[in-house]
Design a protein around this ligand. Structure first.
Ligand SMILES: Nc1ncnc2c1ncn2[C@@H]1O[C@H](COP(=O)(O)OP(=O)(O)OP(=O)(O)O)[C@@H](O)[C@H]1O
Ligand SMILES: [Mg+2]
Length: 392
Protein backbone atom coordinates (compact mmCIF):
# COMPACT_ATOMS: atom_id res chain seq x y z
CA UNK A 1 0.00 0.00 0.00
CA UNK A 2 2.83 2.42 0.68
CA UNK A 3 4.77 4.10 -2.08
CA UNK A 4 8.46 4.63 -1.48
CA UNK A 5 9.96 7.89 -2.60
CA UNK A 6 13.71 8.32 -2.68
CA UNK A 7 14.74 11.16 -0.47
CA UNK A 8 17.54 13.25 -1.94
CA UNK A 9 16.79 16.35 0.03
CA UNK A 10 19.01 17.95 2.66
CA UNK A 11 18.11 18.15 6.34
CA UNK A 12 16.82 21.54 7.32
CA UNK A 13 19.07 23.95 9.23
CA UNK A 14 18.15 24.26 12.88
CA UNK A 15 15.56 26.89 13.87
CA UNK A 16 16.41 30.56 13.59
CA UNK A 17 19.60 31.31 15.54
CA UNK A 18 18.07 34.54 16.79
CA UNK A 19 15.50 32.54 18.74
CA UNK A 20 17.01 30.25 21.39
CA UNK A 21 14.91 27.33 22.68
CA UNK A 22 12.79 28.00 25.78
CA UNK A 23 14.57 27.82 29.17
CA UNK A 24 15.07 24.34 30.58
CA UNK A 25 13.81 22.62 27.48
CA UNK A 26 15.14 19.35 26.15
CA UNK A 27 16.66 18.90 22.77
CA UNK A 28 13.93 18.31 20.24
CA UNK A 29 15.51 15.00 19.21
CA UNK A 30 14.95 13.68 22.74
CA UNK A 31 11.18 13.74 22.32
CA UNK A 32 10.85 10.37 20.66
CA UNK A 33 7.92 9.04 18.63
CA UNK A 34 6.34 7.06 21.54
CA UNK A 35 6.07 10.27 23.53
CA UNK A 36 4.51 12.07 20.57
CA UNK A 37 2.13 9.13 20.19
CA UNK A 38 1.09 9.34 23.82
CA UNK A 39 0.30 13.00 23.56
CA UNK A 40 -1.73 12.52 20.37
CA UNK A 41 -3.59 9.62 21.96
CA UNK A 42 -5.07 11.91 24.56
CA UNK A 43 -7.34 13.17 21.82
CA UNK A 44 -7.44 10.35 19.26
CA UNK A 45 -8.45 6.84 20.28
CA UNK A 46 -8.80 3.57 18.42
CA UNK A 47 -6.36 4.66 15.70
CA UNK A 48 -3.07 3.36 17.03
CA UNK A 49 -1.75 2.31 13.65
CA UNK A 50 -2.46 5.70 12.12
CA UNK A 51 -0.97 7.50 15.12
CA UNK A 52 2.24 5.51 14.97
CA UNK A 53 2.82 6.71 11.40
CA UNK A 54 1.83 10.25 12.30
CA UNK A 55 4.18 10.26 15.31
CA UNK A 56 7.14 9.22 13.21
CA UNK A 57 6.28 11.79 10.54
CA UNK A 58 6.05 14.53 13.18
CA UNK A 59 9.34 13.43 14.73
CA UNK A 60 11.11 13.59 11.39
CA UNK A 61 9.54 16.94 10.64
CA UNK A 62 10.55 18.65 13.88
CA UNK A 63 14.05 17.24 13.77
CA UNK A 64 14.59 18.86 10.40
CA UNK A 65 14.36 15.78 8.24
CA UNK A 66 11.95 15.42 5.39
CA UNK A 67 8.91 13.97 7.08
CA UNK A 68 7.12 12.25 4.28
CA UNK A 69 3.56 13.26 3.60
CA UNK A 70 0.57 11.42 4.91
CA UNK A 71 -2.84 10.66 3.45
CA UNK A 72 -5.57 9.76 5.92
CA UNK A 73 -8.48 7.77 4.54
CA UNK A 74 -11.40 6.88 6.76
CA UNK A 75 -15.13 6.96 7.10
CA UNK A 76 -16.90 10.00 8.39
CA UNK A 77 -16.34 10.59 12.09
CA UNK A 78 -13.40 8.24 12.54
CA UNK A 79 -10.93 10.97 13.40
CA UNK A 80 -9.25 12.48 10.32
CA UNK A 81 -9.85 16.09 11.24
CA UNK A 82 -9.34 15.17 14.89
CA UNK A 83 -5.84 13.90 14.08
CA UNK A 84 -5.04 17.19 12.35
CA UNK A 85 -6.35 19.17 15.32
CA UNK A 86 -4.34 17.05 17.70
CA UNK A 87 -1.11 17.62 15.79
CA UNK A 88 -1.77 21.30 16.35
CA UNK A 89 -2.52 20.68 20.02
CA UNK A 90 0.75 18.76 20.29
CA UNK A 91 2.76 21.63 18.80
CA UNK A 92 0.98 24.10 21.06
CA UNK A 93 1.40 22.15 24.27
CA UNK A 94 5.01 20.98 23.96
CA UNK A 95 7.26 24.00 24.61
CA UNK A 96 10.10 22.53 22.56
CA UNK A 97 7.88 22.58 19.47
CA UNK A 98 7.33 26.26 19.69
CA UNK A 99 8.90 26.99 16.31
CA UNK A 100 6.76 24.37 14.64
CA UNK A 101 3.45 25.83 15.72
CA UNK A 102 2.89 27.13 12.25
CA UNK A 103 0.16 24.85 11.07
CA UNK A 104 -2.97 25.24 9.06
CA UNK A 105 -5.97 23.06 8.27
CA UNK A 106 -7.62 24.00 5.00
CA UNK A 107 -10.38 22.45 2.98
CA UNK A 108 -9.14 21.34 -0.42
CA UNK A 109 -11.83 23.24 -2.30
CA UNK A 110 -10.41 26.54 -1.05
CA UNK A 111 -7.21 25.92 -2.97
CA UNK A 112 -8.68 26.24 -6.44
CA UNK A 113 -10.37 29.10 -8.15
CA UNK A 114 -13.30 27.33 -9.82
CA UNK A 115 -13.98 30.09 -12.36
CA UNK A 116 -10.47 30.21 -13.75
CA UNK A 117 -9.72 26.56 -12.97
CA UNK A 118 -6.53 27.66 -11.24
CA UNK A 119 -4.55 26.30 -8.32
CA UNK A 120 -4.06 28.93 -5.62
CA UNK A 121 -1.03 27.98 -3.50
CA UNK A 122 -0.93 31.46 -1.99
CA UNK A 123 -4.02 30.54 0.00
CA UNK A 124 -1.90 28.02 1.86
CA UNK A 125 0.85 30.61 2.26
CA UNK A 126 -1.54 33.23 3.60
CA UNK A 127 -3.01 30.87 6.17
CA UNK A 128 0.45 29.74 7.20
CA UNK A 129 1.73 33.30 7.34
CA UNK A 130 -1.03 34.30 9.76
CA UNK A 131 0.11 31.61 12.17
CA UNK A 132 3.73 32.61 11.69
CA UNK A 133 2.95 36.23 12.56
CA UNK A 134 1.22 35.15 15.78
CA UNK A 135 4.41 33.36 16.71
CA UNK A 136 6.87 36.04 15.66
CA UNK A 137 5.21 39.12 17.09
CA UNK A 138 4.40 42.31 15.25
CA UNK A 139 7.72 43.13 13.62
CA UNK A 140 8.90 39.98 11.85
CA UNK A 141 11.96 40.17 9.62
CA UNK A 142 11.69 38.66 6.13
CA UNK A 143 14.07 35.86 7.18
CA UNK A 144 12.09 34.93 10.27
CA UNK A 145 8.87 34.88 8.27
CA UNK A 146 10.45 32.75 5.57
CA UNK A 147 11.92 30.30 8.09
CA UNK A 148 8.66 29.89 9.97
CA UNK A 149 6.57 29.44 6.86
CA UNK A 150 8.98 26.86 5.49
CA UNK A 151 8.66 24.83 8.68
CA UNK A 152 4.87 24.63 8.48
CA UNK A 153 2.60 21.64 8.79
CA UNK A 154 -0.06 21.94 6.13
CA UNK A 155 -3.21 19.88 6.54
CA UNK A 156 -5.56 19.66 3.60
CA UNK A 157 -8.93 18.24 4.55
CA UNK A 158 -11.71 16.87 2.34
CA UNK A 159 -9.17 16.00 -0.33
CA UNK A 160 -11.53 13.37 -1.73
CA UNK A 161 -13.93 16.09 -2.89
CA UNK A 162 -11.22 17.08 -5.34
CA UNK A 163 -11.23 13.88 -7.29
CA UNK A 164 -10.81 14.03 -11.08
CA UNK A 165 -14.23 12.49 -11.62
CA UNK A 166 -17.36 13.54 -9.84
CA UNK A 167 -20.64 11.72 -10.45
CA UNK A 168 -19.16 10.05 -13.53
CA UNK A 169 -18.12 13.36 -15.13
CA UNK A 170 -14.59 14.77 -15.46
CA UNK A 171 -13.83 17.32 -12.77
CA UNK A 172 -11.20 19.75 -14.12
CA UNK A 173 -10.64 21.55 -10.82
CA UNK A 174 -9.80 18.21 -9.23
CA UNK A 175 -7.08 17.67 -11.82
CA UNK A 176 -5.72 21.18 -11.27
CA UNK A 177 -5.71 20.82 -7.51
CA UNK A 178 -3.95 17.47 -7.48
CA UNK A 179 -1.36 18.63 -10.03
CA UNK A 180 -0.73 21.82 -8.09
CA UNK A 181 -0.43 20.10 -4.75
CA UNK A 182 1.85 17.41 -6.04
CA UNK A 183 4.34 20.00 -7.29
CA UNK A 184 4.18 21.82 -3.99
CA UNK A 185 4.69 18.63 -2.01
CA UNK A 186 7.67 17.68 -4.10
CA UNK A 187 9.42 20.86 -3.06
CA UNK A 188 8.80 24.01 -5.01
CA UNK A 189 10.04 27.58 -4.78
CA UNK A 190 7.05 29.86 -4.41
CA UNK A 191 7.53 33.62 -4.73
CA UNK A 192 5.30 35.08 -2.05
CA UNK A 193 4.76 38.78 -1.60
CA UNK A 194 4.05 40.12 1.84
CA UNK A 195 5.09 42.84 4.26
CA UNK A 196 7.97 42.52 6.70
CA UNK A 197 10.28 44.70 8.76
CA UNK A 198 13.59 45.75 7.26
CA UNK A 199 15.91 48.28 8.95
CA UNK A 200 13.21 49.61 11.24
CA UNK A 201 10.46 50.03 8.66
CA UNK A 202 7.78 47.84 7.18
CA UNK A 203 8.27 47.10 3.50
CA UNK A 204 6.75 44.94 0.80
CA UNK A 205 9.05 41.99 0.27
CA UNK A 206 9.04 38.89 -1.88
CA UNK A 207 9.88 35.75 0.05
CA UNK A 208 11.20 32.78 -1.88
CA UNK A 209 9.49 30.02 -0.01
CA UNK A 210 10.95 26.57 -0.48
CA UNK A 211 8.22 24.06 0.33
CA UNK A 212 10.44 21.00 0.60
CA UNK A 213 10.49 20.99 4.41
CA UNK A 214 6.80 21.51 4.93
CA UNK A 215 4.85 18.53 6.15
CA UNK A 216 1.63 17.76 4.33
CA UNK A 217 -1.18 15.79 5.91
CA UNK A 218 -4.19 15.23 3.68
CA UNK A 219 -7.43 13.58 4.66
CA UNK A 220 -10.70 12.50 3.17
CA UNK A 221 -13.61 10.13 3.68
CA UNK A 222 -13.60 8.91 0.06
CA UNK A 223 -17.19 7.90 0.49
CA UNK A 224 -17.84 6.46 -2.95
CA UNK A 225 -14.64 4.49 -2.59
CA UNK A 226 -16.15 2.53 0.23
CA UNK A 227 -19.10 1.42 -1.91
CA UNK A 228 -16.87 0.83 -4.90
CA UNK A 229 -14.58 -1.55 -3.05
CA UNK A 230 -17.50 -3.14 -1.25
CA UNK A 231 -19.20 -3.92 -4.58
CA UNK A 232 -16.00 -5.30 -6.03
CA UNK A 233 -15.48 -7.58 -3.04
CA UNK A 234 -19.06 -8.79 -2.66
CA UNK A 235 -19.67 -9.27 -6.39
CA UNK A 236 -20.44 -12.88 -7.23
CA UNK A 237 -17.32 -14.64 -8.31
CA UNK A 238 -14.96 -12.12 -6.70
CA UNK A 239 -13.49 -14.97 -4.73
CA UNK A 240 -13.54 -12.89 -1.55
CA UNK A 241 -15.67 -13.05 1.56
CA UNK A 242 -16.48 -10.50 4.23
CA UNK A 243 -14.97 -10.96 7.62
CA UNK A 244 -17.31 -12.04 10.40
CA UNK A 245 -16.87 -10.48 13.82
CA UNK A 246 -18.29 -11.39 17.17
CA UNK A 247 -20.11 -8.41 18.65
CA UNK A 248 -20.89 -8.16 22.33
CA UNK A 249 -23.83 -5.89 23.21
CA UNK A 250 -23.78 -3.54 26.21
CA UNK A 251 -25.74 -5.94 28.40
CA UNK A 252 -23.58 -8.94 27.57
CA UNK A 253 -25.36 -10.75 24.71
CA UNK A 254 -23.25 -11.96 21.77
CA UNK A 255 -24.04 -11.97 18.07
CA UNK A 256 -22.14 -12.50 14.83
CA UNK A 257 -21.95 -9.63 12.37
CA UNK A 258 -20.33 -9.42 8.98
CA UNK A 259 -18.12 -6.40 8.87
CA UNK A 260 -16.64 -4.65 5.89
CA UNK A 261 -13.56 -2.66 6.58
CA UNK A 262 -12.00 -0.74 3.72
CA UNK A 263 -8.50 -1.32 5.07
CA UNK A 264 -8.79 -5.06 4.53
CA UNK A 265 -9.63 -4.88 0.84
CA UNK A 266 -8.54 -1.61 -0.75
CA UNK A 267 -5.88 -1.56 -3.45
CA UNK A 268 -4.04 1.40 -4.92
CA UNK A 269 -5.86 0.95 -8.22
CA UNK A 270 -9.15 1.59 -6.40
CA UNK A 271 -7.85 5.06 -5.54
CA UNK A 272 -6.91 5.74 -9.16
CA UNK A 273 -10.32 4.58 -10.27
CA UNK A 274 -11.86 6.85 -7.67
CA UNK A 275 -10.17 9.79 -9.38
CA UNK A 276 -6.88 10.28 -7.62
CA UNK A 277 -3.96 11.11 -9.90
CA UNK A 278 -1.27 8.40 -9.61
CA UNK A 279 1.58 10.94 -9.43
CA UNK A 280 -0.23 12.74 -6.64
CA UNK A 281 -0.70 9.51 -4.71
CA UNK A 282 3.01 8.82 -5.18
CA UNK A 283 3.83 11.99 -3.20
CA UNK A 284 2.53 10.37 -0.04
CA UNK A 285 4.88 8.20 1.93
CA UNK A 286 1.91 6.50 3.40
CA UNK A 287 -1.78 6.09 2.74
CA UNK A 288 -3.24 5.38 6.14
CA UNK A 289 -6.63 3.82 6.50
CA UNK A 290 -8.40 4.71 9.71
CA UNK A 291 -10.35 2.06 11.56
CA UNK A 292 -14.08 2.16 11.89
CA UNK A 293 -14.80 2.71 15.54
CA UNK A 294 -16.18 -0.23 17.46
CA UNK A 295 -18.58 0.12 20.34
CA UNK A 296 -15.74 -0.43 22.81
CA UNK A 297 -13.67 2.30 21.19
CA UNK A 298 -16.62 4.67 21.22
CA UNK A 299 -16.95 4.04 24.93
CA UNK A 300 -13.24 4.74 25.43
CA UNK A 301 -13.57 7.94 23.42
CA UNK A 302 -16.57 9.06 25.46
CA UNK A 303 -14.82 8.44 28.75
CA UNK A 304 -11.24 9.38 28.02
CA UNK A 305 -10.75 11.53 24.93
CA UNK A 306 -9.91 14.98 26.29
CA UNK A 307 -12.44 16.69 24.03
CA UNK A 308 -15.25 14.12 24.20
CA UNK A 309 -18.79 15.28 24.97
CA UNK A 310 -18.49 13.75 28.43
CA UNK A 311 -15.19 15.50 29.19
CA UNK A 312 -16.61 18.77 27.93
CA UNK A 313 -19.66 18.39 30.08
CA UNK A 314 -17.45 17.53 33.03
CA UNK A 315 -15.65 20.84 32.57
CA UNK A 316 -18.99 22.61 32.30
CA UNK A 317 -20.18 21.19 35.63
CA UNK A 318 -16.87 21.98 37.29
CA UNK A 319 -17.68 25.66 36.97
CA UNK A 320 -20.64 24.98 39.28
CA UNK A 321 -18.53 22.87 41.63
CA UNK A 322 -20.32 19.72 40.51
CA UNK A 323 -18.31 16.59 39.85
CA UNK A 324 -19.76 14.68 36.91
CA UNK A 325 -19.37 10.90 36.89
CA UNK A 326 -20.74 8.14 34.72
CA UNK A 327 -20.86 4.43 35.45
CA UNK A 328 -19.52 1.81 33.06
CA UNK A 329 -22.86 0.43 31.92
CA UNK A 330 -24.25 3.91 31.27
CA UNK A 331 -21.23 4.71 29.12
CA UNK A 332 -21.60 1.42 27.26
CA UNK A 333 -25.27 2.11 26.54
CA UNK A 334 -24.42 5.51 25.12
CA UNK A 335 -21.66 3.98 23.00
CA UNK A 336 -24.04 1.33 21.79
CA UNK A 337 -26.65 3.86 20.74
CA UNK A 338 -23.94 5.89 18.97
CA UNK A 339 -22.59 2.79 17.21
CA UNK A 340 -26.00 2.25 15.62
CA UNK A 341 -25.50 5.50 13.73
CA UNK A 342 -22.70 3.86 11.81
CA UNK A 343 -22.49 6.59 9.18
CA UNK A 344 -21.36 9.35 11.51
CA UNK A 345 -18.75 7.58 13.62
CA UNK A 346 -17.84 9.20 16.90
CA UNK A 347 -19.86 12.26 15.96
CA UNK A 348 -22.94 10.32 17.04
CA UNK A 349 -21.62 10.29 20.62
CA UNK A 350 -22.33 13.98 20.82
CA UNK A 351 -25.97 13.59 19.79
CA UNK A 352 -26.63 10.66 22.07
CA UNK A 353 -24.80 12.10 25.05
CA UNK A 354 -26.51 15.46 24.74
CA UNK A 355 -29.92 13.73 24.90
CA UNK A 356 -28.84 12.25 28.21
CA UNK A 357 -27.09 15.21 29.75
CA UNK A 358 -29.15 18.15 28.55
CA UNK A 359 -31.76 18.07 31.35
CA UNK A 360 -28.93 18.11 33.92
CA UNK A 361 -27.00 20.86 32.21
CA UNK A 362 -30.21 22.84 32.05
CA UNK A 363 -31.09 22.57 35.72
CA UNK A 364 -28.61 20.51 37.76
CA UNK A 365 -29.85 21.63 41.14
CA UNK A 366 -33.47 20.86 40.33
CA UNK A 367 -32.70 17.44 38.86
CA UNK A 368 -32.94 15.62 42.17
CA UNK A 369 -29.88 13.58 41.24
CA UNK A 370 -27.12 15.57 42.94
CA UNK A 371 -25.47 14.29 46.06
CA UNK A 372 -23.65 16.60 48.45
CA UNK A 373 -19.89 16.26 48.85
CA UNK A 374 -18.04 16.85 52.08
CA UNK A 375 -16.24 19.88 50.70
CA UNK A 376 -19.51 21.66 49.98
CA UNK A 377 -19.61 20.79 46.28
CA UNK A 378 -21.86 18.24 44.62
CA UNK A 379 -21.61 15.06 42.63
CA UNK A 380 -23.77 14.00 39.72
CA UNK A 381 -23.67 10.39 38.65
CA UNK A 382 -25.13 9.32 35.34
CA UNK A 383 -26.25 5.71 35.69
CA UNK A 384 -27.75 3.20 33.28
CA UNK A 385 -31.27 3.99 34.39
CA UNK A 386 -30.81 7.66 33.50
CA UNK A 387 -29.48 6.71 30.07
CA UNK A 388 -32.27 4.24 29.34
CA UNK A 389 -34.86 6.79 30.33
CA UNK A 390 -33.33 9.48 28.13
CA UNK A 391 -32.90 7.28 25.08
CA UNK A 392 -36.23 5.56 25.23
N1 LIG B 1 -10.60 8.33 16.79
C1 LIG B 1 -11.21 9.29 17.52
N2 LIG B 1 -10.82 9.56 18.78
C2 LIG B 1 -11.41 10.52 19.50
N3 LIG B 1 -12.44 11.27 19.06
C3 LIG B 1 -12.88 11.05 17.80
C4 LIG B 1 -12.27 10.06 16.97
N4 LIG B 1 -12.90 10.08 15.79
C5 LIG B 1 -13.83 11.02 15.86
N5 LIG B 1 -13.83 11.63 17.07
C6 LIG B 1 -14.75 12.67 17.52
O1 LIG B 1 -15.85 12.71 16.60
C7 LIG B 1 -16.04 13.98 16.01
C8 LIG B 1 -15.88 13.90 14.51
O2 LIG B 1 -14.58 13.48 14.19
P1 LIG B 1 -13.73 14.06 12.95
O3 LIG B 1 -14.13 15.45 12.68
O4 LIG B 1 -12.30 13.82 13.22
O5 LIG B 1 -14.23 13.12 11.80
P2 LIG B 1 -13.65 12.97 10.32
O6 LIG B 1 -12.98 11.65 10.24
O7 LIG B 1 -12.86 14.16 9.97
O8 LIG B 1 -15.02 12.87 9.49
P3 LIG B 1 -15.50 13.61 8.13
O9 LIG B 1 -15.05 12.73 7.02
O10 LIG B 1 -16.98 13.60 8.25
O11 LIG B 1 -14.90 14.97 8.10
C9 LIG B 1 -15.03 14.89 16.66
O12 LIG B 1 -15.75 15.71 17.52
C10 LIG B 1 -14.09 14.02 17.46
O13 LIG B 1 -13.92 14.55 18.75
MG1 LIG C 1 -13.24 15.78 8.80
Amino acid sequence: MSVMTVDTREPMPSPAQSTPPPEGSRGITEILPPEIFKELERGVLGQRRALSFVSVAVYKHVTGRVSGNILLIGNSGTGKTTIMNNIQRLYDSVPEYRWYRVQTILNANLLVDPERTEFRPERIMTAVEQRARLLLGDRPSPDDLKNSIERATVCIDEIDKMSTVVAGKPNPIGVVLQQGLLTLMEGEKVAYRTRAWVEGEERTVTLNIDTQHMMFVCGGAFEGLYDMVYDRVTKRGSGQRLRADTIRTADGAVRIEERFSLADYMKMTDLFKYGMVPQFMARFDKQIMLNDLSMDTLKEILLHSWDSPFQRSKRYFETMNIELAIDALAAALIAEAAAKENRTGARALRDVFSEVINPFEYDPFGSGQLTAREDGGHRLEVDSQTVRRALR
